[in-house]
Ligand binder design. Structure first.
Ligand code: ADP
Ligand code: NA
Length: 330
C-alpha cells in the first residue's frame, strides 16, 4: 500500500497501562491511523525476558489489547495482534542474531542498566537479545517509521544497522526504518516523584495513574499529587517539577497551551487546579476504562479479534520471512 507502514508495541507486563503510556504513545497511535498503515503489537515475547506469572501474563495480554482498542485503535485501519501468535518474529530474530556482533549488542545501554541492577546470574540471554527481537518485529513488515521514545532510540539504530548489513550481505531485502518523533510528545512523570518518569515498574502506585483504576482512585491520586512550595500555578521544570508535570498533563488532556492554563489559574491556589485536573483526567479515562472492562467481559470475542489480527500480520510477515530464508540459503 502507498501509506507508510508504522510498527509499535507495548509489553503486557502490568495489570494496567498508565497515563504515560496513554498520553505518550496511545494517543499518537490513534492519530497515526488517519494516514498510515499501522501495526500495533502486544509484545509478549519481550515481556518474558523478565519472569512473568503465566496466569497473570495471559490476562495482561488480553488487557493490553483491550486497552489499545478502548483508546481508539481501530481494526478497520490498523493491524492489532499478539507477538507470540506470529512465529515469524522469533524466526527472524534468530537469523538477525547471527549478523549481530556480540560487542555491538553488549553496548546497548538499556541492557547494561538493567543487567547491572539485576546482576549477571539473574540476567537472561533473552534480555540481552531483546533488541534483536525488536529489530525482527520492525523489519518483518517493511516498516517505514517507528514511533520511539528516547529509551528505544539506540535499539532503533541497531535495527537500522542490521537492515543495512543484511541488505548489503544478501541483497536488498529490508526497508531501513526511520524514527518517528511525535510533534507534541508528552513525557509524563510520577505524581509523587516528579523526577521519575511515570512507569509501571514504579515502587509505589501512589503516583502511578492507571487507565484501569477506579475513577475515585484516579481523582484521589491527582488531589494528593506532590506539589512544590509556593502557590502559583506556574511552569518551571527545575524549581516546580510537580506543578510543571501537572500542567503538562492538563495541556495534553485538553490540547490547550500551558501558558493559557497558567493564565486561567493566575491568583488561584493549587487546590482548584488539582481538583479541575482530576476531573478532566477522570472524564477522559472513564470511557476507556469502561470500554476495556466491556471487552474483557467477553474474552471469546476479544480472542476472535486477536486471531483475525494474527492472521493478517502472519500473512505479511511470512512473505518477508520466506524471502529472508531464500536469501540466506534455506
Ligand atoms: P513503562 O516505562 O511503564 O515500562 P514502556 O517502556 O512499556 O512503559 O512504554 C510503552 C510506551 O509508552 C512507549 O512508547 C513509551 O515511550 C511510552 N511511555 C512509557 N512511559 C511514559 C511516560 N512516563 N511518558 C510518556 N510516554 C511514556
Ligand atoms: Na520501560
Amino acid at each position: 500500500s502507498a501509506r507508510p507502514v508504522i510498527f509499535s508495541g507495548m509489553q503486557p507486563s502490568a495489570d494496567s497501562l498508565h497515563l504515560g503510556n496513554y498520553l505518550g504513545a496511545l494517543v499518537n497511535w490513534v492519530a497515526l491511523q488517519d494516514d498510515s498503515d499501522p501495526i500495533y503489537c502486544v509484545v509478549d515475547l519481550h515481556a518474558i525476558t523478565v519472569a512473568q506469572e503465566p496466569k497473570a501474563l495471559r490476562e495482561n495480554v488480553r488487557r493490553t489489547a483491550a486497552q489499545y482498542l478502548a483508546a481508539g485503535v481501530d481494526l478497520e485501519r490498523s493491524t492489532l495482534f499478539v507477538q507470540s501468535h506470529v512465529p515469524a518474529h522469533a524466526e527472524l530474530a534468530w537469523v538477525l542474531s547471527t549478523i549481530t556482533g556480540f560487542g555491538e549488542a553488549s553496548r546497548m545501554t538499556q541492557f547494561k542498566d538493567k543487567s547491572s541492577k539485576q546482576g549477571a546470574d539473574a540476567t537472561t540471554v533473552g534480555l540481552f537479545t531483546y533488541p534483536v527481537l525488536m529489530a525482527a518485529d520492525i523489519l518483518l513488515y517493511g516498516t517505514d517509521a517507528v514511533p520511539v521514545g528516547d529509551d528505544q532510540r539506540q535499539h532503533l539504530e541497531l535495527t537500522r544497522d542490521l537492515a543495512t548489513r543484511f541488505n548489503s550481505r544478501y541483497g536488498q531485502t529490508f526497508t531501513v526504518p526511520e524514527a518517528l518523533i511525535p510533534k507534541a510528545s508528552a513525557r509524563i512523570y510520577d505524581l509523587q516523584d516528579p523526577s521519575s518518569k511515570m512507569s509501571k515498574s514504579a515502587t509505589s502506585e501512589a503516583g502511578l495513574v492507571k487507565l484501569l483504576d477506579d475513577p475515585s482512585v484516579t481523582a484521589k491520586k491527582f488531589k494528593s499529587a506532590m506539589t512544590d512550595t509556593g502557590r502559583e500555578v506556574r511552569y518551571d521544570r527545575d524549581e516546580k517539577p510537580g506543578i510543571s508535570n501537572l500542567l503538562d498533563i492538563y495541556s495534553a488532556v485538553t490540547g490547550r497551551p500551558v501558558a493559557e492554563i497558567e493564565g486561567e489559574y493566575a491568583g488561584r491556589g493549587y487546590g482548584d487546579f488539582k481538583k479541575d485536573l482530576a476531573e478532566l483526567v477522570v472524564d477522559r479515562l472513564a470511557p476507556i476504562r469502561a470500554r476495556t472492562l466491556e471487552l474483557m467481559a467477553d474474552p471469546a470475542e476479544l480472542d476472535r479479534l486477536l486471531a483475525i489480527g494474527a492472521d493478517k500480520a502472519a500473512a505479511r510477515a511470512e512473505v518477508k520471512l520466506r524471502e529472508v530464508y531464500d536469501r540466506v540459503g534455506f
